[in-house]
Write a protein that binds this ligand. Structure first.
Ligand code: NAP
Ligand code: HSE
Length: 438
């Protein structure tokens, strides 16, 4: 049998030497022989680049050629695959991606922002140039969910895909829950652990999860990526009191990315949302804590699939990047999405108003006679029924009301809030969170 270590290596040009880039270097060096056996040939780094050549990155770069101009990687003779770990939806990462694929060269990226915004263009370019485009690390860090959906579940019609897609938010919510700590304090901790994006508002405002959800929806439904169609709300406004009240009512709060196909052949519509939700304690996602991610996909033959693992950090993300490199070394590629990019369907967006479910409502109210009656009347007029309610005095004169409704149309929640808006009974903006069904 041929020794894989003697076969010509797959040569890598690595752009970006931050959290993920240095993780990739460490993994390729540490597991060199094992990777060569599994890939059928060695995987070697030829050239690297980042902004600052003098920075100490805690890894030895002396064996690799340094290039100042990132674009060189797209044409260099000693590079078979460009690995883009720079980040940013546009700018140098996008230029490098276009140049790499345009030169018929394989591209591996962890850049969900770029794929969410430009995946259709890059996928079409990759198809036309017969150049592999791989982005396993772009969704849910170390979890092989892209491969799981694209290949493992390829025979299924998937009508719903959802999950915990942002490690930073899950880390923050679970630490707030465990320690009763404040939001800002826990965010600093997540940043120091390398989970948060360069701009942490992308994490806490739900944008990062929306990037990932739009990619998962496209792979699952065979639809064009529609990042702009994701309804997005983050976790900034969640109070420690919401977490405590949710727990008392039998739920945990998680930032959930949820995508579903409404209707079928001919009149299918797509619904995509990233919102903090109340998750029943009995649901598997309620027990996902820390920076862990989890994705649920429901296939018409496979049934419910649950993918769970580390969603961020240098080592798990490097694991996903190098898995893509192994596929390329083995020549096990295929279309970037589940079908050729020009065959992805453009689906119209479904509106939220007709969706039916239970909802959590939290209101800071004046603690005086008639307030609860006014709120209950607004709900009655909208046809919304209360399942459970907790009222707690906050200060002399104000109280926090947290309630869970019975199933109702989302339009009824909007109608209730419209009736109450401007009422003297409300002392702050109400908080609405949907409840994830079992
Ligand atoms: P990072 O730590 O901020 O590293 C970014 C790297 O890109 C740095 O080495 C930086 O150079 C380099 N860079 C930035 N702008 C550049 C430019 N104009 N020219 C050349 N180099 C430039 O980011 P990261 O956390 O490793 O993330 C990289 C990618 O992976 C992003 O797309 C991110 O969304 C994605 N991702 C990250 C994680 C995670 O857990 N961190 C997980 C999944 C996916 P200097 O070091 O010289 O400044
Ligand atoms: N900032 C992202 C997160 C990194 O917290 O999940 C992984 O994509």
């Amino acid at each position: 049998m041929t020794n894989p270590l003697r076969i010509a290596p797959l040569k890598i040009g690595l752009a970006g030497l931050g959290t993920v880039g240095t993780g990739v270097i460490q993994l390729i060096e540490e597991n060199r022989d094992l990777i060569a056996r599994r890939a059928g040939r060695p995987i070697e780094i030829s050239a690297v680049t980042a902004r600052d050549r003098t920075k100490d990155r805690g890894v030895d770069l002396s064996a690799y050629r340094w290039v100042d101009d990132m674009g060189e990687l797209a044409t260099a003779g000693d590079v078979d695959v460009v690995v883009e770990l720079v980040g940013g939806s546009d700018g140098p990462a996008l230029t490098l991606a276009r140049e790499t694929l345009g030169n018929n060269r394989a591209l591996v990226t962890a850049n969900k922002a770029m794929i969410a915004h430009h995946g259709a263009e890059l996928g079409a370019l990759a198809d036309s140039k017969n150049a592999p485009l791989k982005f396993e690390a772009a969704v849910a860090g170390g979890i092989p969910v892209i491969q799981g959906l694209r290949d493992g579940a390829a025979a299924n019609r998937i009508e719903r895909v959802y999950g915990i897609l942002n490690g930073t938010c899950n880390f923050i919510l679970s630490a707030m829950e465990r320690d009763g700590r404040d939001f800002a304090d826990v965010l600093a901790d997540a940043q120091s652990k390398g989970y948060a994006e360069a701009d942490p508002s992308f994490d806490i405002d739900g944008v990062d999860a929306a990037h990932k959800l739009s990619i998962l929806a496209s792979l699952s439904f065979g639809s064009k990526i529609d990042f702009a169609g994701v309804e997005v709300r983050g976790i900034r406004k969640i109070l420690a009191a919401d977490i405590a009240q949710a727990q008392a009512l039998g739920y945990r709060i998680r930032l959930i990315g949820f995508a579903e196909i409404d209707g079928n052949n001919g009149n299918a519509q797509i619904f995509q949302r990233v919102h903090p939700c109340l998750v029943p304690l009995s649901h598997p996602l309620a027990n996902v804590t820390g920076a862990t991610n989890a994705v649920v996909a429901e296939g018409n033959y496979s049934g419910r699939l649950l993918f769970q693992g580390a969603g961020a950090g240098d080592r798990p993300t490097a694991s996903a990047v190098v898995a893509d490199l192994v596929d390329i070394a083995r020549k096990e590629t295929g279309p970037a999405f589940s079908v050729p990019t020009n065959e992805l369907e453009s689906l119209p967006r479904a509106s939220a108003a007709h969706r039916i479910g239970q909802t959590y409502l939290r209101m800071l109210v004046a603690d005086r006679a008639g307030v609860l009656a006014e709120i209950a009347a607004a709900m009655r007029d909208a046809g919304l029924s209360i399942e459970s309610l907790i009222q707690r005095e906050i200060t002399d004169g104000s109280a926090l009301i947290s309630m869970v409704t019975h199933e109702g149309h989302e339009a009824a929640i909007d109608a209730t809030l419209k009736t109450l808006s401007g009422s003297s009974c409300l002392l702050g903006e109400p908080m609405v969170m949907h409840i994830l069904g079992e």
